[in-house]
Design a protein around this ligand. Structure first.
Ligand code: LLP
Length: 396
């Protein structure tokens, strides 16, 4: 337990003593969502986007927790979905149907029908084959479906290869060599109405020059289609803005100011054209923390292991992408520190949150905070090893 004379700031920049005492009474592991930090992030994002009249859709795949979604919706942000389940969730949470977009390379007929019934803003169509299926299903309902063509622009996002999506080798979108064919298809398909183009080149992009390169490529492609008399009302540039996993305490939310300014400067558009963004991580990552408890400390000859009650089943990113998350012992104020491999209980050697992590002397029962876990954390949890579903706790 925490003694009275300890300043909370020596324990954690994020959590005060009262919070940590509360955490000590709760069942671990759990995701803790700081709703006021989320609101600050959303304020920063919408303030900057509004300067240029940009439209933001939130990528539900990053986190579809009910309270998180309600908070996001309350800022007037739209929803970017990649499954029928996400479209359903967005509708249930109250996102306006005309602010819902639906992407994904493998939309099933049932998912397409569900979205058609709810008259969403548009389908981001990833192939000519999909265009034909949407055309057919819309026709059967006597409807005209709005679509945007997802283009694979072949722009390198310079991020982890597993989260790069805009290269020709990736499965996403329509490639340049298919453009003529898609124009021909659009002319003959009577039940689809193409409202624009969609791009998304990858996630956790921290080199903002990448977005300048994207703009240059998007301008080229938009012009190509406009020269061939396709009306582009919407230019959707996707998401991908990265966050600083190394410094979760800086109180500096993602750099929305520079991000949107780049698009304002480099993306050619007319006053009639809408620019859409699909941000996920940058909106939710910093406001989530995985709180876990140390079950055992094993001292080896070369390695100490801190074995937690959370594992890759609760937060898969380190196992899947070797992703870094800052790890803090928020219970211990021990002056002595040691290095630990911080691992979970799952029967896999990749079930490791960090190797040789320097922590204050750590013991059974200590609380461990794994930071910047609000995006692609809880949503990627599994019940492998027949684990229970992870709990959720919110800030007041
Ligand atoms: N739009 C589309 C079409 C996407 O595929 C994605 C993410 C986004 C928007 C949102 O991207 P964001 O702003 O969050 O970067 N599980 C991985 C990330 C996968 C991202 C998939 N697509 C991770 O944990 O890093």
């Amino acid at each position: 337990m925490i003694s009275e004379d300890v300043s909370p700031m020596t324990l954690s920049q994020m959590f005060n003593r009262e919070q940590i005492e509360k955490f000590n009474t709760l069942n671990t592991p759990f995701y803790y969502y700081d709703i006021s930090l989320l609101s600050n992030t959303l304020t920063a994002c919408t303030t900057e986007a509004n300067k240029y009249g940009f439209h933001v859709h939130y990528a539900l795949k990053a986190n579809f927790d009910q309270k998180v979604l309600e908070t996001i919706r309350s800022f007037g942000i739209g929803a970017d979905c990649v499954s029928g389940g996400e479209v359903r969730r967005a509708v249930e949470v109250g996102f306006e149907n005309k602010k819902i977009v639906f992407a994904g390379v493998g939309k099933s007929d049932a998912e397409i029908n569900f979205a058609l019934d709810h008259e969403i803003l548009c389908f981001n169509v990833e192939s000519i084959q999909e265009l034909e299926v949407i055309n057919k299903l819309a026709g059967l309902k006597g409807k005209k479906a709005s679509v945007a063509l997802r283009i694979n622009p072949n722009v390198n996002a310079y991020t982890h290869k597993y989260i790069t999506t805009g290269l020709e080798e990736n499965k996403f979108g329509i490639n340049q060599w298919e453009f003529e064919k898609v124009l021909v298809a659009l002319k003959s398909l009577q039940n689809v109405n193409c409202i624009g183009l969609h791009f998304h080149i990858g996630s956790q992009i921290t080199d903002l020059n990448v977005f300048k390169s994207l703009c240059i490529k998007v301008n080229e492609i938009v012009n190509w289609f406009q020269e061939r008399h396709l009306t582009i009302k919407v230019i959707n540039v996707g998401g991908g803005l990265g966050v600083d996993y190394y410094n979760p305490d800086t109180n500096k939310v993602a750099d929305f100011e520079t991000y949107f300014k780049i698009f304002d400067l480099f993306l050619e558009r007319t006053a009639q054209q809408e620019v859409h963004f699909e941000l996920g991580r940058a909106l939710v990552a910093q406001s989530g923390t995985l709180i876990s408890r140390v079950l055992y400390v094993k001292h080896g000859q070369v390695t100490n292991f801190a074995i937690l009650d959370a594992g890759m089943t609760e937060l898969m990113r380190p196992a899947l992408y070797q992703a870094y998350h800052k790890i803090e012992n928020i219970s211990s104020q021990d002056q002595n520190s040691a290095r630990y491999d911080v691992v979970g209980p799952i029967c896999e050697s990749t079930d490791c949150f960090g190797k040789a992590v320097e922590l204050p002397e750590t013991k059974r029962g200590d609380l461990i905070a794994i930071r910047t876990a609000g995006a692609y954390g809880e949503v990627m949890a599994s019940n492998y090893n027949l684990r229970d579903r992870v709990n959720v706790v919110y800030s007041k």
